[in-house]
Design a protein around this ligand. Structure first.
Ligand code: DOR
Ligand code: ZN
Ligand code: ZN
Length: 451
C-alpha cells in the first residue's frame, strides 16, 4: 500500500489537501484533510504494516495525462523515434497514457498493422499505449466492421482501438481522405470517436504555388502561417463540424489553431454536445513571432498562428471550450529540419514538456488547475471510456506528483525523445515533475526515470 500523504489533490471539481491510498495498482481511497474524521481514518492506513507513506506537503497530485494524439513513428520511421524512447519522454512530461497516430510505415489502416503495433509496444512502452486506426478513401467499410467486431484472425478486439483518425488535409504521411462518400460513411460511425486533422488541401496548394512564385525555392519559414493558412483550417473545420452535426458524430477536432475555430466549436457544440476540441501546447505557447527565431523548429501542421489566436486558445482552455490537450508529439531529426522550407518536415517533439507548459500557462493566465486536469486527462478518460485519468476510487493509480513552485529550464540534453531536441529549449517552466506512478508503480521518482 502507498499513501500519498497530505498532497494538494487536483481533480476537475476541486483542489484540496488530502491523502490518496493506493492498493494493488488502484486508487482505493481518497481522504480530504478538511473532513472531521480525516486524522482518524488516515491514521488507520498509516498503522498498516505494509504502508509506504510518501510525505507530500506542498506538492500537487493529478491524474497522469491521457494524450490521445502522439506520433511515435514505429514501425518504419524509427530513425526519428520509437515507442521505448518516446514513451519515456511521455512519462517525463506527466503523460501516462498515449494513443498513437496511424501515419507510420506501413500506415495503421488494417487490423494486421494495428496488431503489429500492439506487439511492438509490448514490454517496451513505459506508458499505457493504444493505437488509432487510420482511414483512407477505401477502407471505411472495413473500419466500421473492425471497430464493432474486432478481427479475430489478427487478434484485435474492438476495445483495443481508441478511435479513428481521418486526415481531411494531408500532412506527414500522405493519408488524405477527400472523397465525399468515404467521409460521409466515416462520420456515421457512432461507436468510437473520430479524430480529424482539418486543413483544406486546395487552399494550401494555391497558397504554396503563390509563395513559390514569389520566393522561388527559398520560402521564408514565416510564410508557413500563410501557406497553411487560417482559411485552410477554417474551411476544413467547417466541413467536419457540419458533418458531425448532421450525423451526431463523436468528433474530436484535432489541434485547433485559430480563434475562429473556437467560435465555430462553441456554436457546433450547442447542436451536438459530443463534439470536442483539442489543441496542443505548441499553439498555446508559440506564435508567428517565433518563426524568425526558430524557423523550421516551429514548423508544424496546422501552422502556428498569431499571438491573438494563442490568447484566444488560452481563454478557451480556461472557459472549457478546449476539451483536451493532445501533444501532437511529432519528432523529426534536426538534420531533417535543416532543409529548406519545402523539404523540412512539419512536426515538433513536445510531449516531455506537456504538464509543465500547461501549469506554467495556468499560472500566467490565472487558470485554475481544475481546468488543467480536466483537459490533461479527465475529459479524455470520458471520451475514450477509460477507468483511469481521474482521481477516483477504483481507478488505476496513474498519477503525477509535481512541485508548482519549483522552476526549471528546459535543456536539449535532458530530452528522452530519440530526436534529442526540443523547440522549448531554454524556456523556464514551473511544475517540476517529482514522481509519476503507473498502476501504483513509480516510473519517475525524485525527478528521475526508474525504468
Ligand atoms: O506537423 C505535423 N506533424 N502535423 C501532422 O499532422 C503530422 C505530424 C507528423 O507526423 O510529423
Ligand atoms: Zn494533425
Ligand atoms: Zn498529429
Amino acid at each position: 500500500m502507498i499513501i500519498l500523504h497530505k498532497a494538494t489533490i487536483v481533480t476537475g471539481e476541486k483542489e484540496a489537501v488530502g491523502s490518496i491510498i493506493i492498493e494493488e495498482g488502484r486508487i482505493s481511497d481518497i481522504l480530504y484533510a478538511d473532513a472531521d474524521d480525516y486524522d482518524f481514518r488516515v491514521g488507520k492506513y498509516i498503522e498498516d504494516a505494509d504502508a509506504e507513506v510518501w510525505q507530500l506537503e506542498g506538492k500537487h497530485v493529478m491524474a497522469g495525462g491521457i494524450d490521445a494524439h502522439v506520433h511515435f513513428r514505429e514501425p518504419g520511421l524509427t530513425h526519428k523515434a520509437d515507442m521505448a524512447t518516446e514513451s519515456r519522454a511521455a512519462v517525463s512530461g506527466g503523460v501516462t497514457t498515449v494513443f498513437d497516430m496511424p501515419n507510420t510505415n506501413p500506415p495503421t489502416i488494417t487490423a494486421g498493422a494495428l496488431k503489429e503495433k500492439m506487439q511492438l509496444a509490448e514490454g517496451r512502452s513505459v506508458a499505457k499505449t493504444g493505437f488509432h486506426i487510420g482511414a483512407t478513401n477505401s477502407n471505411a467499410d472495413s473500419i466500421c466492421n473492425l471497430i464493432v467486431n474486432g478481427d479475430e484472425g489478427c487478434g484485435v478486439k474492438a476495445e483495443d482501438i481508441p478511435g479513428v483518425k481521418v486526415f481531411m488535409g494531408s500532412s506527414t504521411g500522405n493519408m488524405l481522405v477527400d472523397q465525399k462518400n468515404s467521409l460521409e460513411r466515416l462520420f456515421q460511425i457512432s461507436e468510437k470517436p473520430i479524430l480529424v486533422h482539418c486543413e483544406d488541401e486546395q487552399t494550401i496548394k494555391e497558397n504554396l504555388a503563390a509563395a513559390q512564385e514569389k520566393y522561388g525555392d527559398d520560402i521564408p519559414f514565416a510564410e508557413h502561417e500563410h501557406i497553411r493558412s487560417r482559411r485552410a483550417c477554417i474551411k476544413s473545420s467547417i466541413k467536419a463540424l457540419e458533418m458531425a452535426m448532421k450525423h451526431g458524430t463523436k468528433l474530436v477536432l484535432c489541434h485547433i489553431s485559430t480563434k475562429e475555430e473556437i467560435e465555430m466549436v462553441r456554436a457546433a457544440k450547442t447542436n451536438n454536445p459530443d463534439i470536442t476540441a483539442e489543441t496542443s501546447c505548441n499553439y498555446l505557447w508559440f506564435s508567428n513571432e517565433d518563426y524568425e527565431r526558430a524557423g523550421s523548429l516551429v514548423k508544424c501542421n496546422p501552422s502556428i498562428k498569431t499571438a491573438e489566436d494563442r490568447q484566444a486558445l488560452r481563454n478557451a482552455l480556461a472557459e472549457g471550450l478546449i476539451d483536451t490537450i493532445g501533444s501532437d508529439h511529432a519528432p523529426h531529426l534536426l538534420s531533417e529540419k535543416e532543409g529548406i522550407y519545402t523539404k523540412a518536415p512539419s512536426g515538433l517533439p513536445s510531449i516531455q514538456q506537456s504538464l509543465p507548459v500547461l501549469v506554467t500557462i495556468a499560472r500566467e493566465e490565472g487558470i485554475p488547475l481544475t481546468r488543467i486536469t480536466s483537459a490533461f486527462s479527465e475529459k479524455a478518460s470520458e471520451i475514450y471510456g477509460l477507468k483511469r485519468g481521474k482521481i477516483r476510487r477504483g481507478y488505476d493509480a496513474d498519477l503525477v506528483i509535481f512541485d508548482m513552485n519549483k522552476e526549471f529550464i528546459v535543456r536539449a540534453e535532458d530530452q528522452q525523445s530519440k530526436c534529442g531536441w526540443t523547440p522549448y529549449e531554454g524556456v523556464r517552466l514551473k511544475g517540476y515533475i517529482e514522481a509519476v506512478l503507473i498502476d501504483g508503480k513509480a516510473v519517475i521518482r525524485d525527478g528521475k526515470l526508474t525504468v
